[in-house]
Design a protein. Sequence first.
Length: 300
Amino acid sequence: MQVGEWTVDGQWSATPELNGIYREIRALGLESNLAELEAFGFTVIPGALSEDLTIRLRQAVLGAAEQRFERKLDLAGERELEGWELASYLLYKDPVFEEAVLNPRPLALITYLLGRSCWLSSLTSHVKGPGGAGLLLHSDTANGVPAPFSPYSHVANCNYALTDYTEAGGALAIVPGSHRHFRQPTGAENKLAGAARNRDAVAVEVPAGTAIVWHGNTWHGSFPRLVPGLRVNLAMYFCRQYVASQEIYGDCVPDELLARHGRDSRLAQLLGLNRFNGWRDEGPRLDARAKMPAGRNWQA
C-alpha cells in the first residue's frame, strides 16, 4: 500500500512483534475481525471449523464428557442433564483437540491479544442440558487482577460452537464494548434471566463450526437452555506467562504429541515447554530463554 511517497510494509521498528502478527492477520482475511475486537471486545469467525472437524470435535467432547459424568448423553433429546457441567482437561484425550488449538484464524487473533509467548490455560467444554440458570456475566480478567483492569488483555478466550447456538438453546452471551469498563460486572449487571436481565447482553446466535474470540476484559456468560438436547462448545482459554494457567500441561506432555509436533513447535510453546521460570537446584534454563518467542508485546 502506497501512502504519499513512502510504502507501508509493516516493518516498523517500534512494533517488532506486532509486524509479523499483523501480516498474518491480513493474509488470513481477519482485518475486520481485528477491528471488531478493538471496538466491541469480541468477534465472530463464521466457518472457523470445517464440517468434518466440527463433527469430530463434538464426538470427542461427548465421549470425554460421558466418561467424566459416568452416563450416556443424548445430543438431540437430552432431558436429564440440568444446566451445564464442565468436561475439563480435554487436550490429551484425543489428537483432534490439537487441531482446534492450532486453528490458524482464531490463534492469530489470540496471538494479537496476548503475544506469541502466551500459553494455553485450559481446554474445556461446558456441556449444557435443559434447565438451570445459565452462567452469570463475568470477565475472565481475574487471578487477583484489581480494578481498573488494563486496556490490554491478560487472558483471552476462543469459544467454538460445536452445536448451533440460539438464545433458547443456551447460547453464549456477550456485552459488546464491556472490555472498556475495566472491571467485573456488579450484581445488578450480571443477570441473564428474568426482570433483572442485563439488557445490553446479546445472544451470539451462530451455526456449529463458528468461533467466537474475545478480549479478557469482555463481559460474557451463557443463557439457560430452554429446549431438550445438548449445547456443546469447546472453550479454549489462553493467558500471558505471568498468569497462572488453569490446567497444567508442561510437566506431563505425552510423547506421542511431541512426536507429532516437536519440542520447538508452536504447540509446545503454548503448553509451556519452553518456559524460562520454574527452576529448582539446576537453576534457570537459559536455552529455553533463547528459544522463547519474543515476550515484548506491543500492547504491554
